[in-house]
Design a protein around this ligand. Structure first.
Ligand code: PMP
Length: 287
């Protein structure tokens, strides 16, 4: 079955989905993106992702490419046209096409929009959930605005590549004080020996994960203890449990950090329970 992409107002075959060479996303990484999970034919946390899209765009003074309601219609159509029941939708907005110049284009240049969707078998992650994953630590070397979901992801790509080369699933950015910031494409969490769940507060130095917000809600509803503060790499290594969160991994247990096993390398009970009950708390939108 051939895939279909939505590019600047038109649905086109995926293999023929192109943007202009002077799209500012291509030349300057001047754009933002969102990734939503599609689960059992529903879009997970759509409102949260749209709200964050608007935040990223407004921080960069990029105009919404179309009215929000129209955008949601196009997202739904992208999902149905690709027959996605389980998988993900990718949305990217850039500052549009204009002769290369660092200065923003003149008024009237429209933002570019690209939507793609693809199926991902839920089975593909089963073993990872069961056995947990390894993470490596890398020095934080990103710009000071990780709260904006920018498509400028080179440090994230380099970190993830290093993780892959070391046989790990994710890389955690660690700041000059030895504190874990977040993953290259996920938020980072630990549970200490007192069963306190700890994650860095969304104070502008991390991406305010939509999955993170749903997990926080779940923790509050279940009357578990949450502390939003930074934790050190050392604390993480000594933790009872560790996990990462994102729209594509939900709650993924971490069993190894660099060369250290977390809790003997076994998947923790709390992370497992949080994954199991996640979808009771996440917002679901029918396609
Ligand atoms: N941090 C970074 C750097 C990310 O790229 C992501 C994934 N988009 C996350 C955190 C998790 O965000 P979300 O739960 O919204 O997918």
């Amino acid at each position: 079955m051939s895939r279909i992409a939505f590019v600047n107002g038109e649905f086109v075959p995926h293999g023929e989905a192109y943007v202009h060479v002077e799209d500012r996303g291509y030349q300057f990484a001047d754009g933002v993106y969102e990734v939503c999970e599609i689960k059992d034919g529903q879009i997970i946390d759509l409102d949260g992702h749209i709200t964050r899209l608007q935040y990223s765009l407004s921080e960069l003074q990029i105009a919404m490419p179309m009215a929000q309601a129209a955008l949601v219609v196009k997202m739904r159509q992208t999902v149905t046209r690709n027959y996605v029941k389980n998988g993900m939708i990718y949305l990217q907005v850039t500052r549009g096409v204009s002769p290369r110049n660092h200065v923003f284009p003149p008024a009237g240049v429209k933002s570019s929009i690209v939507l793609t969707a693809k199926s991902v078998s839920p089975m593909s992650k089963i073993n990872l959930y069961k056995n947990g994953v390894a993470v490596i630590s890398v020095p934080e070397n990103r710009w000071a605005r990780p709260d904006i979901k920018s498509i400028g992801l080179l440090p994230n790509c380099m970190a993830k590549q290093e993780a892959k080369e070391q046989g790990a699933f994710e890389a955690w950015f660690v700041d000059d004080d030895g504190m874990v910031v977040e993953g290259s494409s996920s938020n980072a969490w630990i549970i200490n020996q007192d069963n306190e769940i700890i994650t860095k507060s969304a104070d502008g130095s991390i991406l305010k994960g939509i999955t993170r917000a749903a997990i926080l809600q779940q923790i509050k509803d279940q009357k578990l203890t949450i502390i939003e503060r930074a934790f050190s790499l050392r604390e993480a290594i000594l933790a009872k449990e560790a996990f990462i969160s994102s729209a594509t991994t939900i709650v993924m247990p971490v069993v190894k950090i660099d060369n250290h096993l977390v809790a003997g390398g076994k998947v923790g009970a709390m992370a497992k329970k949080m994954l199991e009950s996640f979808y009771h708390y996440a917002e679901k939108t029918d396609i």
